[in-house]
Design a protein around this ligand. Structure first.
Ligand code: AMP
Length: 489
């Protein structure tokens, strides 16, 4: 087994790595760090959760250490571009962690917050600048940032940059970086636009890839509930009350959908927050902190907001809505399999999403195990109708109904246990976590939730205990022909 010690990293970096509890490099680190330390360009095909941040941060720090540290007015020597504020902040934290025994300085800049402190930090002098493209261009135009001293240029999550329309800004930024530099580009997928971008930015790059798709998916117990759209939130609340759900990420298709789910969960006494692009940065930071520290156990997110979030010990990922792109399914469920851990992914699929499900199963080469909706599902209280919430599948909205008893169980969760970064990766991410709420939990749901196929529709409807049972006119989808198989192909 290869140890970090054999990677010829500076002792100050090795010390920080040991303090973090890392013992062995992850596959992407093993493949990327040696060529990067030699100064070669690197094209890394890896998604979040594989340890890719250290794969570029460690060689960058190592090489920066060979030269004097930053002085005011000189401009940064390393630039890392990231698509989202959260990812940029996390990359910044990684530089802080790995570089804590060096004298190197870094700062993170992103939009949505005042630029004053960011400008001051840059003026004081930084070695490493981590930035989202928009704010960086702003500060370049204001002549606050000068990239003429950049020797190390990294683009992280390049495919997400493409999705977010950042390719032109990236090209403008790259044009301001000296041609003589080391460039590293990381991307979870390699669409042709990213390939073109890589070809234009990298020179004789070493291409390194890890295949998290299969390996990540294999480590995660997955199941799927065919369910009408209007009952998804009831099912979600039901499943969230399972004691095994200690930290859950819930994915919705839209920002509005995320807010709506949170409102409904809160009305059932389940502490939850939403995180998406319409939230102010301070709200996003607060929500993320509450989730990371265990004050809330449920975070509802859209794909873009969740991309790159580094939260340990996510016990469950819920796909409240199936993603539009099948690759996003793998990214999403990978949240519960950080750094070698395994976890549980539970998806809901309504009739309109069947095509999306097919694409996911084709990509992952697996048939996701189907579950039947528990018969004792309780309809959550409907929120008082507000203008933009009316007209959806449950427009009947008789507000203020309190049929469902708030569980209140969230308050009693072991929220005090902060799954901080230090020491958690090697230790608590191990097999114990997987074993405790792995397939066993999924199995137990099956045991309790199954009804005979023929009776499901009637029983689950009648099993709803408030006056807001789904319309009996709505047929149950459990009998869809596509919802049979459960074996891995
Ligand atoms: P990343 O893919 O960079 O977002 O990293 C995913 C998670 O893995 C982060 O929580 C890192 O702290 C952790 N991690 C990175 N490298 C290692 C390693 N060699 N051993 C254990 N954990 C790691």
């Amino acid at each position: 087994m290869t140890h970090f010690d054999s990677l010829s990293l500076a002792p100050a970096l090795l010390k920080a790595i040991h303090e973090e509890g890392y013992t062995t490099p992850t596959p992407i680190q093993l493949k990327a760090i040696p060529p990067a330390l030699k100064g070669q360009d690197v094209l890394g095909i890896a998604q979040t959760g594989t340890g890719k941040t250290a794969a570029f941060a460690l060689p960058t720090l190592h090489q920066l250490m060979q030269h004097p540290a930053a002085t005011a007015g000189k401009g940064p020597r390393a630039l890392v571009l990231a698509p989202t504020r959260e990812l940029a902040a996390q990359i910044g934290e990684s530089f802080a962690t790995y570089g804590r025994h060096t004298s190197l300085r870094h700062t993170v800049i992103f939009g949505g917050v005042g630029q004053g402190p960011q400008v001051q930090a840059i003026r004081r002098g930084v070695d490493v600048l981590v930035a989202t493209p928009g704010r960086l261009l702003d500060l370049m135009e204001q002549r606050v940032v000068d990239l003429k001293n950049i020797c190390f240029f990294t683009l992280d999550e390049a495919d997400r940059m493409l999705d977010m329309g950042f390719i032109v800004p990236i090209r403008r930024i790259a044009a301001a970086v000296p041609a003589k530099r080391q460039t590293m580009l990381f991307s979870a997928t390699m669409p042709k636009e990213i390939r073109h971008l890589a070809n234009s930015l990298l020179h004789h790059a070493v291409e390194v890839a890890v295949t998290p798709t299969a390996s990540t998916v294999d480590r995660i117990a997955q199941c799927l509930y065919p369910i009408e759209r209007g009952r998804k939130v009831d099912l979600l609340a039901h499943l969230l009350k399972e004691p095994a759900v200690t930290r859950a990420l819930v994915f919705t298709k839209t920002k509005h959908g995320a807010d709506k789910v949170v409102k409904r969960l809160r009305s059932a006494g389940i502490a939850s927050d939403a995180i998406h692009g319409n939230k102010a940065q301070s709200q996003r930071t607060r929500a993320l902190d509450a989730f990371k520290t265990g004050r809330t156990t449920v975070l509802v997110a859209t794909d873009i907001a969740a991309r790159g979030l580094d939260v340990d010990n996510v016990s469950h990922v819920f796909n409240f809505d199936l993603p539009m792109e099948p690759e996003a399914y793998v990214h999403r469920i990978g949240r519960t399999a950080r750094a070698g851990a395994s976890g549980i992914a539970i998806s809901f699929c309504d009739n309109e999403e069947r095509g999306l499900l097919k694409a996911i199963e084709k990509l992952t080469k697996a048939n996701i195990e189907r579950r039947q909706v528990p018969t004792n599902l309780v309809a959550l209280p409907r929120p008082v109708a507000v203008p933009h919430e009316a007209g959806r599948s449950h427009s009947g909205g008789q507000g203020g109904h309190r049929g469902a008893k708030p569980s209140g169980h969230r308050g009693g969760k072991p929220g005090g246990k902060r799954p901080g970064k230090s020491g958690t990766h090697a230790g608590s991410h191990g097999a114990g976590h997987a074993g405790s709420h792995g397939a066993g939990h999924v199995r137990s749901k099956s045991d309790s939730g199954h009804t005979s196929q023929g009776k499901t529709s009637a029983t689950s409807t009648s099993g709803v205990t408030t006056a807001h049972a789904p319309s009996p006119a709505k047929p149950s989808r459990h009998n869809w022909p596509g919802f049979r198989g459960s074996s891995r192909r």
